[in-house]
Design a protein. Structure first.
Length: 483
């Protein structure tokens, strides 16, 4: 047997530590562990950030831009306002601590004369739930609050807090958070990682969908764009989701971005500041240099995990879709996730469409979503991503385990509840991360029996099993399918 480590728990965002918990499990001898390349982390992220702010990509320094905004506002006899857009806690952005990216940006603005009370930190929640004060302090640190900066949560439903800025060529109605639109200085921050719809996160996505009105998602996340073959991990060129997001961001205007890339241990591997497109393009190039995992042959069984992002079932779709490149059509998938969000599945709308997927299947769901009679339901896009998985494998060949889910949740979820694989004694206890090794053992044994494979078949390579050590962050790329 070979031993695998499954990251499972919370992560110290400020220090770049690994997950606080790592579960040890086993796979049969002959199984393979697939990892993305090990990028070299920055030796001194704090110094690198100062350098990037002063000598950015494709733009003037942040201090110079901020000073110009101050002068223009004062010339118009106005108090200058700045808006710094930050991600919510579904992204492991290193905002706080000695290597955090937020306070150096704030200090730069203060140094040229912006008053703390005139700097707004806008949390790009998109269509996600609102964060609590405690969650915000954990993510951002206490310093912004102590300085008196206003921290505002974007609300995609609040029409009074949105400003219409135009309609894209595809028909997206662009309504953007009013605090951002009315700010003199507009700054985006975030993490650039692989994204299963937009190709990569970061850059333009802080605006669309980060501080977007919900109505805008009707085109941006429409069934047609989601089904496009270029709407996938690591693909920007010809990706309509990326193109639409960028179009909206350019309409809204962006003065400066601060984006980072990180490794599997959440250490910063690159800092990319400056122009919206130029800095983001450089970050994506850095990302592509190590996250792609070339796969010459696909596997009968893939085991993976939800990583930091899978705070609920909705977000866990990213790990499932990322596994497709390594997984044979008709194969089996085991996914474990720490659905730690107060709502471990997702919104009621997500549950509704997910239940429909479970009932009618992937092909029928796609037909329904593409019908002119279908009323667009926000968050249907994530279910459409799950449908991609179930076009590739059967729901009966998908094992999912998150200890936070119960039998009521499983009424809506496609696949097999990992809890039913536990022994009768364990099944009566409250599920926990400690059950993961036993669930994986049982799931592998059931897979071998169902497919008439033996342990000797795995050892000889006749049956191929792989563990995706990086979960949703490493992207298996099957031969001939490289973006």
């Amino acid at each position: 047997m070979i031993e695998i480590e499954i990251p499972f728990g919370d992560r110290g965002v400020s220090t770049g530590n690994n997950f606080s918990g790592r579960i040890l499990a086993r796979l049969p001898e002959g199984s393979e562990i697939l990892r993305m390349a090990e990028p070299e982390p920055l030796n001194d992220p704090a110094s690198s950030l100062c350098e990037a702010l002063a000598r950015p990509i494709g733009s003037k320094s942040l201090a110079a831009i901020a000073a110009e905004k101050m002068i223009r506002a004062h010339a118009s006899k106005r108090i200058p306002h700045a808006c710094i857009v930050v991600s919510d806690n579904t992204r492991p952005v290193p905002y706080k601590g000695p290597n955090g990216i937020l306070m150096p940006v704030i200090r730069t603005l203060l140094s040229v004369g912006f008053a703390p009370q005139d700097i707004c930190i806008l949390v790009a929640t998109g269509t996600h739930r609102a964060m609590t004060r405690s969650e915000l302090e954990t993510m951002l640190g206490i310093e912004p609050f102590e300085l008196g900066l206003e921290v505002v949560l974007h609300d995609c439903h609040d029409e009074t807090g949105l400003v219409y800025i135009g309609t894209t060529a595809r028909g997206t109605v662009a309504k953007i958070n009013r605090r951002y639109v009315e700010a003199d200085l507009k700054i985006l921050t975030g993490l650039v990682e692989s994204h299963f719809m937009a190709g990569a996160s970061g850059g333009r996505k802080a605006i669309c969908p980060g501080i977007f009105g919900e109505q805008g998602t009707f085109i941006f996340h429409s069934a047609a764009l989601m089904a496009h073959p270029n709407a996938r991990d690591l693909q920007l060129e010809g990706n309509p989701v990326h193109e639409e997001s960028l179009a909206v961001a350019k309409m809204a205007g962006v003065d400066f971005i601060v984006n980072v890339t990180i490794d599997g241990s959440f250490r910063i591997t690159g800092i990319f500041c400056g122009d919206l497109e130029a800095a983001h393009t450089a970050a994506v190039a850095r990302l592509k240099s190590y996250v792609g995992i070339p796969v010459k042959q696909q596997y009968d069984l893939v085991v993976t995990h939800g990583g930091f992002v899978a705070v609920n079932h909705y977000q866990a779709a990213k790990a499932a879709v990322a596994s497709i490149g390594a997984l044979k059509a008709g194969g089996s998938l085991i996914l474990v996730a720490n659905n730690s969000d107060p709502n471990p599945v997702g919104s009621d709308r997500y549950r509704t469409v997910l239940a429909m997927l479970k009932l009618v299947g992937a092909e029928a769901l796609d037909r329904a979503l593409s019908s002119p009679d279908w009323p667009f339901i926000p968050e249907q896009w994530q279910v459409q991503e799950w449908a991609k998985v179930f076009k590739h494998i059967s729901m009966q060949d998908f094992i999912y385990f998150a200890p936070q889910l119960d039998s009521r949740d499983w009424r809506d979820l496609p696949g097999i509840d990992g809890r039913i694989l536990l022994s009768s004694q364990s099944a009566h206890a409250k599920p926990s991360a400690n059950d993961i090794p036993a669930i994986i053992d049982a799931a592998v044994a059931n897979f071998l029996k169902k497919r008439n494979f033996t342990l000797a078949d795995v050892a000889s390579g006749r049956c191929r099993i792989a563990y995706l050590a990086d979960g949703p962050y490493g992207i298996p790329i099957y031969a001939g399918d490289q973006p």
